[in-house]
Write a protein that binds this ligand. Sequence first.
Ligand SMILES: C[S@@+](CC[C@H](N)C(=O)[O-])C[C@H]1O[C@@H](n2cnc3c(N)ncnc32)[C@H](O)[C@@H]1O
Length: 218
Amino acid sequence: MKTKRFKNPYIDEIAKFEEVISGEEDFLKRKSSFVYPVILDIGCGNGEVLVDLASKNPGKFYLGFELQYKEVYRTVQKIKKLDLKNCKVVKVEAEKIPELFDSDQICEVNIFFPDPWPKTRQKKNRLIKKTYIDALITRMRKESTIKIKTDNDDYFVQILTVLHSIASEKKIEILELTRDYHSSAVRKNEYITPFERIFLKQGFLINYICCKINDRVQ
Ligand SMILES: C[S@@+](CC[C@H](N)C(=O)[O-])C[C@H]1O[C@@H](n2cnc3c(N)ncnc32)[C@H](O)[C@@H]1O
């Protein structure tokens, strides 16, 4: 008996929307239409934060990077509902971002609750590594910021090690750092992300770090 191969139904759905950029080739074709510098939400999930920011800041241009077809679909539904012209969702691995942009094209990066890959054998899959952040900041403007939140303490220690190492090379400066964002003085009246809501409900503390790019690094 032949078994039918499953095709994710969201693949065809997202192809209908001009607001979805699908794959590197599509990105490179369309990158001249973006308004620079851009703000990135890396691993934007269902797009709640991306769309909230884009709707409140019509003069800025937002790109959400997301891997899962369903989440890309949920994001584009929100973009369409508000008819946002300053926001797109990109179905490309975040690892590719440094190759996709030129220097000075990014002015802000949010990485909220990156997949934690908690098991020892999975840790190599974590996005935030020194090589990645070193490459990413070469595409960012001086004075621009990277904000990271995670509930995972082990990953946060890795993130701190990476960022402290880059700070020691004077490429970035750490502006804000807390192991408990919601009880800290650095907390702002920002949108609480879907994963943040879940972790807060479960009683986890939210780790947060914000750093500023000191100098363009070639
Ligand atoms: C834990 S969720 C967080 C979603 C959202 N930022 C939030 O705070 O609610 C992580 C998201 O990152 C996406 N993701 C994981 N690895 C990725 C990658 N390499 N490139 C782009 N997105 C990725 C996942 O599909 C998932 O939607």
